[in-house]
Every structure is written in C-alpha cells, then in structure tokens.
Design a protein around this ligand. Sequence first.
Ligand SMILES: Cc1ncc(COP(=O)(O)O)c(C=O)c1O
Length: 403
Amino acid sequence: MNSLDAELGRRLEDLDRQVLRRTLRSVESPQQPLMTVGGRQLINFSSNDYLGLASHPRLRDALIEGAHRFGTGAGASRLICGNLEPHRELETELARFKQTEAALTFSTGYATALGTVCALMSQGDIIILDRLVHASIIDAARLSKATLRIFAHNDMEQLEAHLSWSQTARRKPDGAQGQVLVITESVFSMDGDLAPLRNLVELKERYDAWLMVDEAHATGLYGTHRRGVAEAMEMSPLIDIQMGTLGKALGVAGGYVAGSQVLVDWLVNRARSFVFSTAPPPAVACAARAAVRLVASEEGERLRQLLWARVNQVKEAVLAAGWPLPPVQSPILPLFVGPEAAALEVAARLQAAGFLIPAIRYPTVPKGEARLRLTVTAAHSPEQISELSVALRHERLSLSGPP
Ligand SMILES: Cc1ncc(COP(=O)(O)O)c(C=O)c1O
C-alpha cells in the first residue's frame, strides 16, 4: 500500500471509530416515494423533491426535446461559446417568476454560493452568517478571505451585536470602508425552521449591510406565487441577493441568483464558478425552464396544496408516535436523536421495516445533534404515510428513554 492510501486508511478508521464514516447506497429506480435500493423496495422519506417533479413527464419531455435540439454538452463556458438559447430562456423565466430584474444560473447551488459570495466580498469586508447555514455558504465565506462572524441560530440580538461591531471593523487593506454581507437560509435545510426575514431586513438596513438569502428549500413552496419565503413575508424587493437551487422542489439541477441587472452583470464578470466552468447541459436548462413554468402555473398551486396536506398528515403521525416537532410549516421534519450511533441504529431499524429516512450526522449537523431528517413530498400517498405512522410508533416505543 502506498503512503497516501495508508494515511487515508487510517483517517477512515478514525471516522469509523467516531461513527462518522459515510458510504454511498445504490438506488436503482427514479426519484419517487417508492424506490429500489440495493434490490429492495423502500418507501423514501428522504428526498428534497418536494413537489414530486423529478420524474414529472412534462419535465422529462422538455429534457428530451432539448437534447434533440441542442445535443448533450454546452461545449464551453457561457462566456466562450456555451451561452445557448435554453440558458437565456431559463434566466428570463426565473427573473419573471422571482419578479427581479435579472437572474443568473450556475451548474449547482453549491457553485452558486461559491461564485457569488467570492465575487462580492474580499479581504477587509465582513460576512455574518447564521450558525446553521449550508456548507456551501460557509465554504464560500471562508474562500472569500472576508472576516467571518457567526450568530447563534436566528438570534437577532447577536446579529445586531456583530453588525454594530462591524461599523468600525469594516476596513479594506487600503483603508477604504469595507462591505458587510449577512447571509441566511429562508428554510433551514436540516431543521426545517424559517428565518425571521423581516427582522433581518430591518437590521441590514439600519447598519447599511447587504443581505443574501438562500431559498434552496423554499422556492416553489411558500408565498402566493410560490416564489419563496421572501414573497410570503413580503420582503423580496428588500433582499439584495436571492439565491436557490433548481434541484429540490424544481426537480432538475442547477442553482440561481435572482436580483438586479447590475448584480448579474457583475457576477458574469467575476463569479469564478460561472466564468471558469463549462455551461450546464442545455437540455437540463430546458427541463428547468419547464419546471419554473409548472411551479408558477395552477398545477404548481395544486401540488403545493397537496404537499401541505401530506405534511400535516405526517406531522400528526410523528407527534402521535411521541416524537417532538418544531411548530413550523415545512416539509423537513427533524426527528432528534442526539448521539450519532443511536441515530444510525434508528435509521437501520426503519430501513429494515421498509423506510428510507437516513441519519444525518456531523459534519452536516453539529456533533451530538444527530437526527433523522424526514422529508415529505406531494407524491407520497396516504397509505405510505399510514405505514410510516405504524413504523414510527414502533420505533419510538423501542427507543430507551427520551430522544
Ligand atoms: C440550503 C442549501 N443551499 C445550497 C445547497 C446546494 O445546492 P445544490 O444541491 O444544487 O448544489 C443545498 C443542498 O444541497 C442546500 O440545502
């Protein structure tokens, strides 16, 4: 064994000892509530395909038609010769949907965060993050070389203290005043709760900061037109940078920023994950455009209503089984367990009973805060939810002590 493999072997053993090693499971069916995993049928309560669009025939047809018209690959980055019609059409559709001047798409949500934050912030600037933001935002903030401050989850007092400190600390190396950027998620990916966007907007205005909100788990679900929590809380025009992903409720893949034309023009010039990366396959942009249209249509509203009905049924089942839940409207229901090994055992027993609800451990969530992340989609049937209810009650009874 060479030295690299020997060292990595030791590191993996260390992960084993901490019950933190991860492995890939092989899924042999499309993304839907009933999945074939390693040859076994499981009811899937772990997907972010909240509206059940990932296998919707209209999106699939748009992808096939896009492949017939534009082939498979974009050939180059958008700035070279990869700026194909479907990319522009998708961005026009997204800007219309989000009611912003412009939108820009990236190959993933992760690449969106990385490219956007690093294009806006650098040494001498200050980035202030909620403790529970997604890894892509943390990585982006670190890569930007700006000074980082973290506030406790949704703690507006601590955010205000950081903002107040930033007024004197915001200094660029040349002595000029630096910028301050506050970043949060609107629906938190692992806890399913919502950010207080009104308070965030009020604070960012008072302290002359910029605000970026990641609507990854909210786009398609909240607000009269399903644009996200920013719409539901009537804050959209006051948020400087709205970002999100096309791979969750929209059922396809990619990420986006929606905002002013000048923001998009700047990102086209300076977002390195956009400039130095081959454009996403045009057929994927065709499918994503069909998804945005569908979400904006009456069918989108019907699916959203169906999702909330299913969420309410699952919540009742979870509470009746004796698991506590945060009192929020969200398709993400965290079943808190605590120790990593215990969470893995619960997930394994549920899998043996026919359910895919994986344990989420460090580093995705803080150490000792392992949980099962149960997600609901509009595609789940009432029968699947009844079966889940029985399994959860059984599992809760077999857990020794409170979770
Ligand atoms: C809050 C949040 N932001 C960004 C991302 C990254 O998006 P993508 O999966 O499209 O890279 C995710 C999840 O993957 C997420 O949960």
